[in-house]
Write a protein that binds this ligand. Structure first.
Ligand code: M6R
Length: 604
């Protein structure tokens, strides 16, 4: 949802900014631009298109100067074209700004500024920021105070970086409900929407709070409150390194991130003790709400199945954007769990703010993100940076965190589950490594079905949310229409859509008679598979059942028969991720940058 960067330092400003903003391309790839201050003048280069294409035309990295700001755009207000690209400037090009977020009252502000003679060039909400800054400077405020006065007039979410030609040594920045982090390095200082932008230069960061003014200078960073008081900010060290935000020999980040999953599971398991501690204070919880969007919602839905089967805690899962209709039943014995990779999703952030009467827990990947600051407790999923827009390894890490959470919540209630669960999760990295080595089989299936126009994904019980996730991955990166359904539900309507042109992916985990899950879903799933087969659909069966009934299947992908129903969600999603990835490749698409999407959705 747009990425911003600002830099003041001794490095070559054009190339530092270009390199940094490229690291944020996953946040938006409609347009890109850089503005620097060079010999007292603002130098501006921007255009619509992906970063490398724009760079070929206008050589972004060659821009000169001693400080500057940069932006990648995911369009909200105004089409992706050159004029709507950031940075935006005031009328005499003395001020340049970049913005991530939405200015909700921009129309009112714009009308007012137009009536005062300010001339607007773009269709964006963001341009008001540049003119407002000029207005306050014209009113007699200095640049810093103009920033403070300006944000007092704004409603909405924003992370803003600004430069002014009469202020040649500083980049100013401020945020409200949009991500912004400060990076402190020997060679200069940064602001950015996300840490990978400056990981090459530093791991030392400050997480500013909303409405704190950041003054970025070459050799120091000052943070002030809106009354101008200097604040003492905590400097933290990020565990990530530069390599983690690079492709490391893979063709795409998505493929790298899929392949990292065995290690991610091991890493996420390190949070065991933290989760156990959090759970030790939750003995009086009698109801749980999970709140999340997209892939995180599917991880949460898996959590609901586990909690309902293995504990006596009533659990519900609500889309973050729908949460406001469900707040009446929250109380101090309710645990509300917010699942979010980024920790910045606007819908989830606004939901957590509505749930303060309950106890809140965030399951988040990004350190210091907004949702973590709102929650009573946080479980960090420790998946490392995920750059591909489609969530893969972070989904697995969310699942592992949720399994651990349920394990500890069930410890006293269902001791058998506790022991079986821990020993099974520990085997997951091996299962995933095995199936990653069988990647060629998935490639073959992907090639065969690359031109199929419609897919269904079926699963029952614990694996049903995985069917939803498989369908979401396919839609997102291949643009093929796909639906996930509980296997038993298809006959209640959607079966009418099934014919020989439809591919149906059936997820049929092994039933293990010794497992406490033993819900015996396999036979029912296979019966549902027969129902679609007799309507001529093409069947792709994913199973870990050793004596599976395979004769009616068009394509088969088998997994270790130890992968039983209980643990199947953490394993079965991996071949589904690969299936989507390779279909996307065979269709000639870029799986890392699907059309219309951005990694982090910071608008409601
Ligand atoms: O950062 P979050 O987990 O809160 O993001 C939620 C969704 O926007 C996200 O999962 C989205 O569905 C992904 N693109 C899925 O691959």
């Amino acid at each position: 949802m747009c990425g911003i960067v600002g830099y003041v330092g001794i490095g070559k400003v054009g190339s530092v900014l270009f390199d940094s903003v490229k690291k944020l391309e996953y946040r938006g790839y409609d347009s890109v631009g850089i503005a620097t201050l060079s010999e007292g003048k603002i130098e501006l280069r921007k255009d619509n298109g992906k970063i490398d294409d724009v760079d070929k035309k206008i050589h972004l990295g060659d821009v000169k100067g001693n400080l500057g700001i940069a932006h990648v755009r995911w369009a909200t207000h105004g089409r992706p074209n050159k004029i709507n690209s950031h940075p935006h400037t005031n009328n005499d090009d003395t001020i340049a700004i970049v913005h991530n977020g939405i200015i909700e009252n921009y129309e009112e502000l714009k009308t007012n500024l137009i009536s005062k003679g300010y001339i607007f060039k773009s269709e964006t909400d963001s341009e008001v920021i540049a003119h407002l800054l000029e207005k306050f400077i014209n009113d007699g405020f200095d640049f810093q105070d103009s920033m403070i006065e300006m944000v007092k007039s704004l409603d909405g979410s924003y992370a803003i970086g600004a430069i002014y030609n009469n202020n040649p040594d500083e980049v100013l920045a401020i945020k409200n409900e949009s991500p912004l982090v400060v990076g402190l390095s020997e060679d200069g200082n940064f602001i950015a929407s996300d840490v990978p932008a400056f990981l090459k230069h530093t791991k030392k960061v400050i997480f500013p709070q909303d409405k704190e003014l950041i003054i970025l200078k070459k050799d120091k960073v000052i943070v002030k409150d809106l009354n101008g008081k200097i604040l003492d900010k905590n400097i933290q060290t990020i565990e990530w390194n530069e390599k983690m935000a690079q492709k490391e020999g893979y063709n795409h980040f998505m493929l790298k991130e899929i392949n990292q999953q065995p290690n991610v599971v091991v890493n996420t398991l390190k949070a065991k003790k933290d989760i156990e501690n959090i759970v030790s204070n939750l003995n009086d919880i009698n109801k749980i709400y999970f709140v999340a969007c997209g892939t995180s919602y599917h991880a949460a839905l898996t959590g609901k199945y586990l909690l309902e089967v293995f504990t006596n805690i009533k659990t519900d899962v609500i889309y973050s954007s729908e949460f406001k209709y469900f707040t009446n039943t929250l109380d101090e014995n309710t645990l509300t769990i917010f699942v979010s990779q980024s920790g910045e999703t606007a819908d989830t952030l606004s939901a957590i703010k509505m749930s303060k009467v309950s106890r809140t827990l965030a399951i988040v990947n990004i350190l210091g993100s907004s949702i973590t600051r709102e929650a009573d407790n946080v479980i960090y999923t420790k998946a490392g940076p995920e750059i591909g827009v489609a969530a893969t390894k972070t989904y697995l890490s969310q699942l592992v965190s949720i399994y651990l959470l349920v394990t500890y919540l069930s410890k006293n209630k269902n001791n058998k589950f506790y022991h079986e669960m821990i020993s099974q999760i520990e085997k997951v990295p091996r299962y995933i490594n095995d199936l990653l080595s069988d990647e060629d089989k998935i490639k073959e299936i992907a090639h065969k079905y690359k031109d199929t126009k419609e897919f269904f994904f079926l699963g029952r019980g614990f694996i049903y949310p995985t069917a939803l996730e498989g369908a979401l991955k396919l839609k997102e990166i291949t643009y093929i229409h796909a639906e996930g359904y509980p296997s038993g539900e298809l006959k209640h309507g959607p079966l009418a859509l099934i014919d020989e042109n439809v591919a149906v992916v059936v997820l049929a985990p092994n039933e293990n008679s010794k497992s406490i899950s033993n819900l015996d879903s396999y036979k029912d799933t296979i019966n549902n598979m027969e129902e679609v087969k007799s309507r001529a659909a093409k069947i792709i069966l994913l199973t870990s059942h050793e004596n599976g009934k395979y004769n009616n299947v068009d394509d088969l992908f088998t997994m270790d028969n130890q992968v039983d129903e209980l643990i199947s969600p953490i394993v079965y999603v991996v071949p589904l991720q690969l299936l989507s990835y390779y279909i996307s490749i065979y269709k000639g698409l870029d799986p890392d940058k699907p059309r219309n999407l951005a990694k982090c959705v910071t608008v409601k």
